[in-house]
Design a protein around this ligand. Structure first.
Ligand code: UD1
Ligand code: UDP
Length: 374
């Protein structure tokens, strides 16, 4: 059996890494195809080093572009590789443009598609990610979903339950496997050299950072927050628009805000573990925060990870200045509320998602279910 992994961005490298390790461990043949959507050292290569992954066998080198052009170039490159490599299954992860491109090309070549983190829905089609995951699920044969709620989304869409595997999220596998390594190797906390409690922030979602008013409201909240140091590893998309909208220097000059370049995964795990609160619009960080017992405020009005909210570990604050500042103040003032959020149960499994996914793929292969027939 041969597996083709498609990755393109920071979170895909992180969440695919436990699966790549598992496939490697079992001696299964595989190829690693990087679309090149993320290409800065600190958005891509850093993670290959941190996670001890082999260099990709192919890098399509798509770079940054409009969605249409980026997806088209990825599809052309992926098609060429799949035609020559002839894998039995293509694995895509999450909701980026690589997921759409990879799933669509594989399905048309009659190659089985396994979607890791399938079935998530925000029910907000203005998000490029929602289009990507919905389109990918049309092309998917094996659906690896993190939770029962996610499986239900797919049942409502008429997916055969025999093809749905509830495995937990590989983000937990990655977190558990790397936290010990990180605690030995990372010196991020001494490098940061900040005294007092830390609030860590990430912000990159197109609907927040490309929209001047939403970004302005979030920045206002950050400037108003007191009693915490804000550590902010800034995504390149956000650097670009903060500068474009003339908001970068305001943040840089605020004494309680520490803007840094994106950091490696091991450093980020340690930063999160040492944070009193996370504020984010990231998908993966909503999951990691509840895994690491850090209360999370999410800068969105909806989430495809509602389990985190239902469990009590995550609050949706949108881009509303008052909601952001009042929730931070409440968490700082009321230890009972803080502790309750911290104690929220992790809905994303026990760190064995990658084993379960590879088991399911091997079973499907042995039963001839990866052969796509009319
Ligand atoms: C992409 C994904 C998003 C995911 C995020 C993870 C899509 C549609 N979006 O968003 O779902 O949450 O990755 O971080 O697939 N840039 C650089 N260097 C890089 C990469 C990007 O400078 O290495 C800059 C470019 O100016 C680029 C901008 O960031 O135009 C946005 O990058 P892009 O890959 O289009 O989208 P992300 O916001 O990273
Ligand atoms: N992350 C990192 N360094 C950073 C910021 C984030 O290693 O400076 C990791 C984080 O641990 C998580 C992943 O990147 O696993 C989330 O990626 P991102 O927020 O870019 O994408 P999303 O999950 O929203 O698709």
């Amino acid at each position: 059996m041969k597996i083709a992994f498609i990755i393109g961005t920071r979170p895909e490298i992180i969440k695919m890494s436990p699966l790549i390790d598992e496939v490697d461990k079992r001696g299964i043949d595989y190829v690693l195809i990087h679309t090149g959507q993320h290409y800065d050292f600190e958005m891509s290569q850093q993670f290959f080093l941190d996670l001890e992954l082999k260099e990709p066998d192919y890098n399509i080198g798509v770079g940054s572009d409009s969605h249409g052009k980026q997806t088209a170039v990825m599809m052309e490159g992926i098609e060429e590789v799949l035609l020559s490599e002839k894998p039995d299954i293509v694995l895509v992860q999450g909701d980026t443009n690589a997921v759409l491109a990879g799933a669509l090309v594989a399905a048309k070549l009659h190659i089985a598609v396994g979607h890791v983190e399938a079935g998530l829905r925000s029910y907000d089609k203005t998000m490029p990610e929602e289009i990507n995951r919905m389109m990918a699920d049309v092309c998917t044969n094996l659906f690896f979903v993190p939770t029962e709620d996610t499986a239900i989304n797919l049942l409502f869409e008429g997916i055969n339950p025999k093809n749905i595997f509830i495995t937990g999220n590989t983000v937990v596998d990655a977190c558990y496997r790397n936290l010990k390594i990180a605690s030995k190797s990372s010196n991020i906390m001494s490098k940061l050299d900040v005294e007092g409690d830390i609030l860590s922030l990430t912000l990159h979602r197109a609907e927040n950072v490309d929209d001047r008013e939403r970004l302005r409201n979030i920045i206002e909240a950050l400037l108003k927050i007191r009693g915490l140091n804000i550590v902010f590893p800034v995504h390149p998309r956000t650097v670009k628009t903060l500068k474009e909208f003339g908001m970068y220097s305001q943040l840089e000059e605020a004494p309680h805000i520490h803007m840094i370049k994106p950091i490696g995964y091991l450093d980020f795990l340690i930063l999160q573990s040492n944070s009193k609160i996370m504020i984010t619009d990231s998908g993966g960080i909503q999951e990691e925060a509840i895994t690491l017992d850090v209360p999370c405020l999410t800068l969105r009005y909806n989430t495809e990870r509602p389990e985190t909210v239902h469990a009590g570990g995550n609050i949706l604050v949108g881009s509303n200045t008052e909601k952001i500042t009042s929730n931070v103040a409440k968490l700082l003032a009321d230890n009972k509320i803080y502790q309750k959020m911290k104690d929220a149960a992790n809905p994303y499994g026990d760190g064995t998602a990658s084993e379960q996914i590879v088991d399911a793929i091997q079973d499907a292969y042995n039963q001839g279910k990866l052969e796509i027939k009319p």
